[in-house]
Write a protein that binds this ligand. Structure first.
Ligand code: GCO
Length: 448
């Protein structure tokens, strides 16, 4: 295919997540969730109570998404707006908010892409064990069923669980996200419950005869070594298995990487897997694999004999690497390496780049205009890789810039901006950044 044909085949969009944009923490019946409590318990100097107040600016924001020419928009639904207690009584005002989003997007001809779960677990469910408690899977399915029934025919692109690896690593190993545990056994069991929940939602979607596509959204990272030694290559394989393939393998085959599973079950006694789980996961592979790509990881061997996986390797900086102030390496080649590694191991699969973008501390000029040239450069480099890969036969059907609009960075607050649309956090005034105009022209196929 030519680059022009590839460009036309890909749906070009941008993404956000409920908790990172909506604010309106307790408006119109929304219940408390895990992140509301997290920011109360961890005084970081910022929280999600206002975010960018998308809840009260939704019409304006969707109009701006239309103005920058998005062909599709990925957003997530806040479970605790729909079921304030996580289960039981549904909150009609919560559903109305998402009706406004979905119906306006369809009026604009912008394909809605609805993520069912993007980390904001209703607090009562966290209090009964969260994702460690297998009962929460049933609660999740009741929530999914309601949304499938309600949006049938109006939403044709669905994501089940966003970045399970992030919630597992940060929430159960590093303790930097809710529920702030440091327990590898719990981490591994939660990772399994995410896979069961996703497969069960996919099964329900198909049993209900829903139109469109559904899949899980992962954030796999390619892993390289600086010095090519036997020990470093072993550390690399552990790191890739632990951070990436542990999630890719069940998503694409219904089974975990064999060596890592044996090691985990021997060392941590987890995950405990019921036989029916395997059947469910094998029989309900997603229609696509969502890939959130930001960066690669570079590692060296640490303590290869440690019984803690994360102590077998340590992250290293590339001496002449290009890093943001938050230490994220800008490395577009990593996207090619990652997708080819996935294709080589699992064969051809539809891929959606469900997030790709970069956080900078953008500064507006005296007229309030964000001349975010670095973001344009980052997007250009990564989109070029996306189009090149499609020309080589890799099936990428859609691409989403993270993020459509500036938003709350979970543990970096508001200084770290990702948006194509800027927000003045004092006035909540919106303005299209230079990258937003660039992306519009790019989508139109105008030489940029
Ligand atoms: C941040 C992160 C997030 C995630 C996104 C994952 O800075 O907080 O980059 O924005 O990328 O929520 O799906």
């Amino acid at each position: 295919m030519t680059r022009e044909e590839v460009h036309k085949n890909i749906l070009w969009g941008a993404a956000t997540a409920a908790y990172q944009v909506e604010g309106a923490t307790y408006c119109d019946g929304k219940g408390k969730n895990s992140w509301d409590e997290y920011y109360e318990k961890n005084p970081l100097g910022y929280d999600g109570n206002i975010a960018v107040d998308h809840y009260h600016h939704v019409e304006e924001d969707l109009k701006l998404f239309h103005e920058i020419g998005l062909e599709t928009y990925r957003f997530s639904v806040s479970w605790s707006r729909i079921f304030p207690e996580g289960t039981g009584q549904m909150n009609p005002k919560g559903l109305e908010f998402y009706d406004r989003i979905v119906d306006r997007l369809n009026e604009y001809g912008i394909e809605p892409y609805l993520t069912l779960y993007h980390w904001d677990l209703p607090l009562p469910l966290l209090k009964k064990g969260g994702w460690l408690n297998k009962e929460v899977i049933e609660d999740f399915l009741a929530y999914c069923k309601l949304l499938f029934e309600h949006f049938r025919g109006r939403v044709r692109l669905w994501g089940t669980i966003n970045e399970p690896a992030s919630e597992v690593m940060e929430g159960y190993i590093q303790g930097t996200h809710p529920p702030q545990e440091k327990n590898n056994t719990h981490a591994l069991q939660v990772s399994h419950h995410f896979n069961v929940a996703s497969a069960a939602a996919i099964k329900m979607f198909r049993d209900m005869g829903m139109e469109g596509k559904i899949g899980i959204v992962l954030n796999p990272m390619p892993v390289d070594v600086l010095e090519d030694t036997k020990e470093n290559r072993k550390a690399r394989d552990y790191a890739y298995d632990f951070m990436s393939d542990w999630y890719i393998s069940p998503a694409l085959t219904g089974h975990y990487p064999k060596n890592m599973l044996e090691f985990c079950q021997k060392t941590y006694g987890a995950p405990i897997i019921d036989d029916k789980d395997y059947k469910l996961m094998e029989e309900n592979i997603g229609d696509y694999l969502g890939v959130n790509y930001y960066m690669r990881r570079v590692v060296e061997a640490k303590d290869l004999d440690s019984d803690k996986i994360e102590e077998k390797f340590s992250f290293v900086r590339v001496p002449d690497g290009n890093y943001t102030k938050w230490g994220w390496e800008i490395y577009p080649q990593g996207l090619e390496n990652l997708l080819k590694q996935i294709y080589n191991k699992y064969g051809k699969k539809e891929i959606i780049i469900s997030e790709n973008g970069i956080g900078f501390d953008d500064q507006a000029d005296e007229d309030g205009f964000f001349e975010d040239n670095e973001r344009i450069s980052y997007l250009k480099q990564h989109i070029e890789v996306v189009e090149d890969l499609c020309m080589q036969g890799i099936n990428i059907s859609a691409y989403y810039v993270w993020s459509a609009i500036d938003l709350l960075s979970w543990t970096n607050g508001y200084q770290k901006r990702y948006g194509l649309i800027g927000v003045d956090y004092n006035t909540l005034e919106r303005s299209i950044k230079k990258s937003g105009f660039w992306y519009r022209n790019f989508i139109l196929g105008e030489d940029t």
